[in-house]
Design a binder for this molecule. Structure first.
Ligand code: HEC
Length: 205
């Protein structure tokens, strides 16, 4: 008799739970069983569960607010005016809004923030030796050790490439082109522009 009563209670509990707790909608994710399994105990920057507001940071956020006096990247270029750093940021912002399929936009809108001084060309050369030479070769003839195996690496001084401009080369390094892979993740924008200066030197050879 007692067991029956408990089974009855248990069953009505199951029915109640299944009708109330398991509906999920955008605003109500339902009742969670063992939430410590899927809510990280660590302070994750991007996740925050209701009722566990961070008691240390302002607004209950896990992320910190930027330090006082921080200037938004977007307005930094304006703040700095005409300096090389400002131009570098402006070009970076323009370039980020150009899709990888839009070579023409890069050719038209981008220009090199760095002047072709001896020092800048020299740093470009160092980066070229590190990131490009194994395919494109010491003199940009497409005959690097990897280039020989990789095949199809073009000659910079060829008719097709001798006149390509800074934006074109920057776009190629950033997004890759055809069989060449993108290098944006491993070369900073400043170094990419300096490599562009050095590629121009090789175009003349
Ligand atoms: C793994 C080999 C490899 C590496 C590394 C490499 N490239 Fe290339 N690159 C290629 C190949 C292959 C092509 C031909 C792409 C195509 O049209 O299919 C190419 C094409 C180019 C072109 C011509 C783009 C055009 O409009 O046809 C430029 C400029 C260029 N690379 C510059 C660079 C620079 C600068 C670096 C170093 C940051 C670099 N490449 C690193 C293989 C490489």
């Amino acid at each position: 008799m007692l067991t029956k009563k408990y089974i009855g209670l248990f069953l009505s509990g199951v029915v109640a739970l299944s009708t109330t707790s398991c509906k999920d909608s955008h605003n109500d994710t339902g009742t969670e069983f063992a939430p410590n399994m899927y809510h990280s105990v660590a302070y994750e920057p991007m996740t925050q569960t209701d009722g566990e507001l961070n008691t240390i940071n302002p607004y209950g956020m896990n992320m910190r607010v930027p330090a006082k006096g921080t200037v938004a990247r977007r307005s930094f270029a304006k703040v700095q005016g005409d300096s090389v750093n400002a131009k570098l940021l402006q070009m970076d912002l323009i370039s980020r809004n150009i899709s990888k399929d839009d070579m023409a936009a890069s050719e038209a809108q981008l220009s090199n923030p760095f002047a072709a001084t001896e020092a800048n060309i020299e740093s470009g050369k160092v980066m070229y030796e590190r990131y490009c030479q194994h395919c494109h070769g010491e003199a940009g003839k497409g005959d690097g050790l990897v280039g020989k195996k990789y095949a199809g690496v073009p000659v910079y001084s060829s008719d097709a490439l001798k006149d390509i401009n800074d934006g074109h080369i920057y776009h190629t390094i950033t997004h890759g082109k055809g069989r060449m892979w993108a290098h944006a993740s491993q070369i900073s924008p400043a170094d990419r522009w300096k490599i562009v200066l050095y590629v121009h030197e090789l175009q003349k050879q």
